[in-house]
Design a protein. Sequence first.
Length: 343
Amino acid sequence: MSDRERIKIHGADGPVFGAGIWHFATYVDRYATDGYGEPRTVLDAIELAGQVEDLSVVDLNWPFPPGGISTAEVKDALAARNLRAIAVTPEFYTGKFAKGGFTNPDPEVRRAAIDLVAASAEVGRELGVDYIKLWPGQDGYDYPFQADYTDLWDKSVDAVRELAQAFPDLKFAIEYKPREPRNRMVFSSVARTLLAIQDMGVDNVGVLLDFGHSLYGGETPAEAARMAIARGRLFAIDVNDNFRGWDDDMVVGSVHLLETFEFFFALHDAGWDGVWQLDQFPFRENPVEAARTGIRTMKAFHRALGYLDRKELAEAQAAQDALAAQRIAKRALFRALAESEAQ
């Protein structure tokens, strides 16, 4: 059975699990500039991803790090590990685009960003991906009076529309985030991103909802998911966790356990049946074990959805009885978690 077929019968066969390939990379921060662990190529990362038994799909950075690696090599590596590329994420958020990718004041740099995404879309076609992920981290501003906000908005909308119209056979998923690396990003919330997509007037652009970005932005992720689903625009999700003060990309369910369960309940309740995908940054943890832990927790969430008394919960929510609703959710969740840990 293919991954695409499994996704269609998500309720019966369980979720398909994925991860950003960067989960298996090595990391630097502003203090440990020498990095955490030995450098790894995308081929090394694919090798590690293949060690995670329940992992089916990966999202790939492009150009494939550290450069000089062909699409054919990546395809062979994925096949050898029984993995499929679900997405390509073009790196138009690097230092070259410090003043913006889609919103750069230099027309040549702006065109370079659009062309880079277009080239990644061609790679995506070759790999048979489901979507191209857009994370325009450098598009925004840092100071009051720095930019014309209308100009930033128009440039962002126009660039994504141009790409969507150039590749009508592909989907483009915008991963919004409130900030970092810019102090304020153009696509900073689910509402702003949905409004931008409405302005684009195309059918093949949607939202990638990163659970941690939603937390960090002060949203309730379950509510954000329902907003996107109601408009037919939730193309993908990334899951992780944080302390809400930064995009920590911690192991899923490690801090906001109940809110994460509510997020998956919202997806399931609305009939959304996409891939449950990890976007974790295990700086100091073993990446294979971190992925296994995240997937084990997500499996427990899926099991808990089967234990949830929907009628009782609906009655509690209709009465806005917070204590009753939480008791019902916790009963299902804690049962599933206990069973998961006992296995």
